[in-house]
Design a protein around this ligand. Sequence first.
Ligand SMILES: Nc1ncnc2c1ncn2[C@@H]1O[C@H](COP(=O)(O)OP(=O)(O)OP(=O)(O)O)[C@@H](O)[C@H]1O
Ligand SMILES: [Mg+2]
Length: 788
Amino acid sequence: MWHILHHKLKDFYHSDLELTQTLPCQVSSITFFQSHLKFLKKKEKKRKPTIEISVSCCEGRNLEMAEGFLFNFAERILVGLASLAHQELGLPWRVKAEITKLKDTCSLIKGVLRDAEEKQRNHNHEVTVWLGQLKDVLYDVDDLLDDFSTEALRRQILRRNEMVKKVRVFFSKSNQLAYSLKMGHRVSAIRKRLDKIAADRTKFHFTDSPVESLLEVKERDQTYSFVREEEIIGRDDDKKKIVKLLLQSELEENVSVVPIIGIGGLGKTTLAKMVFNDKNVGEHFQLKLWVCVSEKFELKLIVEKIIEAATGSKPERDLQMETLQNILRDNINGKKYLLVLDDVWNEVREKWLNLRNLLLGGARGSWIVITTRSGLVAEITSTVLPHELEGLSKSQSWSLLKQMAFKEQSHESNGSHFEAIGMEIVEKCKGVPLALRAIGSVLFTRTEAEWVKVKNNIVKYITQQESGIMPVLKLSYDHLPPHLRQCFAYCSLILKDTEFWVEDLIMYWMAQGFIQPLSGDQDLEDVGHEYFMDLLWKSFFQVAEEDDSGNVKRFTMHDLMHDLACSVAGTEYCIASLEAENADERTRHVLFEDELDASWKILSTLHKAKKLRTIFLPDGSLNQSICNALISNFRYLRSLNLSFSGIERLPHSIGKLKHLRGLYLIGNENLKKLPSSLCRLQNLQTLRLSGCSDLENCRGNKKRGKGVGELRELNGLNNLKGKIRISSLKNAIPEPGSSYLKEKLNLKHLKLSWRNEENDDDDEEEEEDDASNEKSELVFEGLEPHQI
Ligand SMILES: Nc1ncnc2c1ncn2[C@@H]1O[C@H](COP(=O)(O)OP(=O)(O)OP(=O)(O)O)[C@@H](O)[C@H]1O
Ligand SMILES: [Mg+2]
């Protein structure tokens, strides 16, 4: 089998070989990094093998929050505090007692958090300040817990690797005492801060609120079927397509279902109204029913609404379901009906099937039209291909903007400068009618200068206007469970208009501890992928590229969805500007958008933001001393992206970033070597090195001498988990009879590329002599993985 793969790979060396195996977990990362980087051979001048490593550690505990998931955060912190008792840290009883107090206070506060968050949503300023202070302390508790678990992991590794001398020094009494003292002080300082916050809560008279209340979403206005078609711009083709579908006679099912799907404010309801009021549709169906479903998908409620639509009067109150379903079926059975279920959010198939079963008695040719933002709703309900609604064209958008911004019969817009400014505004509304209407009404009777002002602050107008698009889009966010809220908020750090790799996003989420598997044997990447697909189904993302099997590889975010992510992200996220110095003490994640021509300003921009967990820098040239300062100043980093920054070396102090999970160094062509201290990063999950073409090796331990830099270094690393990707394998040095990967039962993905993936357009001829064949055979024999 392995021989066949090897030959295939040689034959098609432009493509990658990817083997996937499902295996259990655990990791030893110290030796892991040293050894893997040995693939980077010094001798090869042209293209050195590069490796991408992604290791999943078991912990995914520390959490962050944007709007509306503080409760969830507190809950996770409590679990972390409780599990401290099981870690072998040899803490004295005084420290343990402090931790217990901390846990009790945390639990007390958690009890009122739902009520507090509700009050915050109703714009209670004092509560918002109180929650902000609490959030800050919880972040610190989270860092503390991460410190404890890192320490526990370190002790485990030292013991496991039987580093006798080190273990003796490490576990010496004086060392233990110093550690306990240091941590004791930290715990008690945090405990005091939390006590104060707990005491302050009494001022607000919060109530212990039930669990469900967080997911309560504000009720929307009921929709109705009337529409003034003169006000509708475009949509004729969409209407024709759906009407044609409804009027066709060759149908297999009695009742068919077509969903109209698209993001909030795109015009789904409006299109459904146009279809509902179409003359031919009116003549075709015996019965037409318009029902606004919205958030509450309760069978009884919906049946009552359908009866009301069919009979013109509400059924009596308190009727049994049995009676209601009889009335419903009496009214629709045997009739060819059209039922519009507007604004459906229910994604539970069982609930849908219960309703559908009551509706199946219609005559052949009956139709249900559903409008929804969710791809999953479409998936569970549709019997035909869903109608995916697109944005209005630019000229249609301009017509709508004009209609809203100028008085009827007014010709002010023609040939004036308004049109040029208007077209730029239109560009930013991305064809979403609700956004165009909202901005259009702001522009009503305004001067040309005021139009320019609006154009320059379009995001502000889109996000802040009470009656604008943001509250409408935010409904989608309010429907998300807490774990997806923080994942979505993190997407505010993605640059607008970029196609983003799904795999990268999942790694970023993992680094922040956002991914919470439901059971211990679930793989973090797999759970992360489920999160991604959930958000994709709910229209937060759009597919940009799929692989041959239909898996999404890259995605984009609609501009308005990006604005939504920014508006819900909260104070801990910051799109930093070198000029504005807008990062502050509360900032935990920072993205620099500006070019880095003045990289020295980064430090002054970030000087208050001591507790950063994410730093994403733009491409550019980062001054080496700034790079060093960044690494030594921000000890709490989880993700550090220094890709394409032009740095030549990583400082030794990188080893002190013990919380670091993701280090991205892609495209740093001048980076010569990695410091040995990298091996101290026990929590590191992802190290991206592709395109670091000048990298030699990780010569961390010179004393080890001759063996360093050879494939055999892999032999001892049998606890490896996760993914290894090795490219330019043709440069590897083979060793007869070796077996580097066979014992690595926890390896899940292995990606081997014969040539350099970064240069796949390079069509340099491969010498096909016997010696080279023999060499490659040996390399692949040695890399044979574990058999399932
Ligand atoms: N083609 C159009 N021309 C003019 N106005 C439109 C058009 N489509 C929609 N609108 C207006 O935009 C607003 C939003 O439209 P609609 O309610 O149909 O969106 P939706 O997709 O159903 O949103 P949601 O997901 O929130 O239910 C409404 O005020 C509607 O009148
Ligand atoms: Mg709607």
